[in-house]
Design a protein around this ligand. Sequence first.
Ligand code: NAP
Length: 308
Amino acid sequence: MPQQSLLDGFEIGIGTWAWGDKRFWGYGRSYGDADLRGAFDAAIASGVRLFDTAEAYGFGRSERLIGRFMAETGERVAIATKFFPYPWRVARSQLPRALRRSLARLGVAQVALYQMHWPVPPRTVAAWMDPLARAVTEGLVQEVGVSNYSAAQMRTAYDRLAARGVRLASNQIEYSLLKRDVEWNGVLDACRDLKVKLIAYSPLAMGMLSGKYTPDAPPPGLRGLRYRRPLLSTLKPLVGLLDDIGRSHGGKTRNQIALNWLICKGALPIPGAKSAAHAYDNAGAAGWRLTAADVAALDEASLRFTRR
Ligand code: NAP
């Protein structure tokens, strides 16, 4: 089994759930394709070349937009996409079929990383690893990963892939200063133990760590159901600490501090960006490190938001 992963070459990526998603993120209302092309260009210009997407995002529109932007610019990026094991997808042959449709939307012959989006029944975790491993041996994907898998599910996936000579490269999980479950539920330890990269999704807590949402200005749409006024009213001290630490590092922004905290934990954050400004800001989280004292202060300040 290969010991190295191509993910070792990335400190940060960019998330594209919002690229084409109307229902949750409001694509087509507050932002559109020109903004997203701006985000794509800004990511490339700042050296961010790992793009996370999924067949499910915008019902394929996210993948199509990435494919379009690559064709328009001539830039090739490393793409991490995902297969969703919808309950009606019972045949293993549905994975290679879905993968070929993703490749067609993206306009590429191979993606860097193909991930199982969720461990959804009825097929077992182990059963899906067989077609996933085959996608590597057939050259359609460079590496494979999982997402939203518990430590035990990860180990099952790891073993089944290893029996086929394929390495489990990553587990993509929600991880941010507002959600640190992976630190207590064994997932982060399992990742370190197995040398599997923890890809941190929603690393800015869906924008809450930017500090722009307050009890008087809550997030729009469905995000407002998850991040309600009582939580928003307690964020100020944490956002203030992010600002203080940012100043002590020569003017880094809150978002950069929140993302660098994840990098310091050994995770690979994939902050979502809807504009060039977001992508430039978030890219500035890479290439430097917080001090151990900064990390400890953020650990302490974020404890109240996250279950142990
Ligand atoms: P996130 O990265 O925590 O937050 C993204 C949102 O925060 C943006 O859409 C933007 O929304 C705001 N934002 C981003 N950068 C900003 C900046 N510099 N300044 C101010 N606001 C900024 O949340 P996410 O998009 O949920 O997660 C990131 C990626 O993880 C997704 O795009 C997707 O690729 C992946 N993901 C995977 C799963 C999974 O099940 N595997 C689940 C969720 C996400 P506003 O401007 O509207 O506030």
